[in-house]
Design a binder for this molecule. Structure first.
Ligand code: GLY
Length: 360
């Protein structure tokens, strides 16, 4: 069991990483102050692990009302939020109520947003079921839904009261999704924790999912995320470094209609491009960029996106919603474990870095 703390400006909360059998919710949460419990779960995840989760709650005397929903990007809509509000109302959730969300990033964002807005905000607990959600979206309080064609356009920062991570639940995750989640772990290492990258270089990719090292890998990635959120809760400065590889990655996802690559896979390719850009702009050693690429390959991640049009990607990147009025913000890594943000990157260098990952 590994315990971390997120010290965000608006709230400090625990992150507990380890088997659900050892969570000890009575010791972790202030149950006396908590009213009714409403749990929203991903239907597929619930079928696998719902009884385990109910046992973990049952041993602390918690008996939540349960709603299961399909997962998937189309669920991030206002209609789904209304469905969740109806569920809260039906179970008479009051301001002292507690919402639990059990699933991946889409459900976490959706239910987190419902919790942020229902009666001007009720407490919620994130129980992520995918590696991507465990190391990224479940921590940091970003909640929201899509609006028309705009991803995550409507939302709120609302920090959870606790995040509970049981790595054993990853056993039911498709292997491809597990690998895609590792891209966000590599990202955390690349920007802040070179030892995490070394740990992944040494880990056996075939055994990682069942190995005891996994808990440490998740905890190290989460420690990076927790520290960055602690420094910049509302994403006005240093939190941008969590987008390492994402500007290239989002454009690649979008240019391939969100069908060819999973988010983490596109981020892996994006990090290879970002590392190339870093060698040309902030003096990253080309050997360090190659080593990062080799690490991604070792863990079964794609590092090239052949047959994607460079000019289309350049155009998509200028429309990136994370750009500021000063232009695109590039996250660059002068060395393993160090990140900087710059808006002063020559377009020609961006095109070169892109060309590197588009070669077959
Ligand atoms: N996923 C990036 C962030 O939480 O800021």
């Amino acid at each position: 069991m590994i315990d971390l703390e997120v010290k965000a400006k608006s709230r400090t909360y625990p992150v507990r990483i380890g088997s659900w059998r050892d969570w000890d919710l009575r010791g972790l949460l202030d149950l006396e102050s908590m009213g009714a419990w409403a749990l929203v779960a991903d239907k597929r995840v619930w079928e696998h692990w719902g009884q385990d989760l109910l046992s973990a709650f049952g041993s602390a005397g918690i008996d939540p009302a349960v709603l299961t929903l399909e997962a998937g990007e189309p669920m991030k809509s206002h209609d789904s939020v209304f469905q969740v509000y109806d569920f809260f109302l039906q179970h008479r959730l009051k301001r002292d109520g507690v919402v639990v969300v059990f699933g991946g990033g889409v459900l976490g964002d959706l239910v987190g947003f419902a919790a942020a807005t229902y009666q001007r905000g009720v407490r919620y607990i994130q129980i992520p079921s995918t590696l991507l959600a465990m190391v990224d979206s479940a921590v940091g309080g970003k909640t929201g839904v899509n609006y028309r064609n705009h991803k995550n356009m409507i939302g709120a920062f609302h920090q959870p009261d606790a995040v509970l991570v049981a790595p054993e639940w990853l056993l039911s995750l498709p292997q491809r999704e597990f690998r895609a989640g590792l891209a966000e772990v590599v990202k955390c290492g690349a920007i802040r924790d070179p030892q995490l990258l070394t740990l992944l270089e040494e880990a056996d990719p075939q055994r990682l999912l069942r190995s005891t090292v996994l808990e440490e890998v998740i905890a190290r990635a989460l420690a990076v995320k927790a520290a960055v959120v602690g420094e910049d809760e509302t994403d006005m400065g240093v939190r941008h470094i969590l987008n390492y590889g994402h500007t290239f990655g989002h454009a690649i996802e979008s240019a391939t209609s969100f069908e060819r690559f999973l988010h983490g896979e596109a981020v892996a390719i994006g990090m290879v491009a970002a590392a190339q850009l870093s060698t040309r702009t902030v003096g990253m050693d080309p050997e360090a960029a190659k080593r990062l690429e080799a690490l991604l390959v070792r863990h079964g991640l794609p590092v090239r996106a052949p047959h994607v049009d460079a000019e289309n990607l350049m155009e998509l990147m200028t429309m990136d919603k994370k750009a500021s009025a000063k232009g695109q913000r590039w996250v660059l890594t002068p060395e393993w474990g160090k990140a900087t943000v710059s808006t002063q990157v020559p377009t020609e260098e961006v095109r070169r870095a892109l060309t590197y990952v588009l070669e077959s």
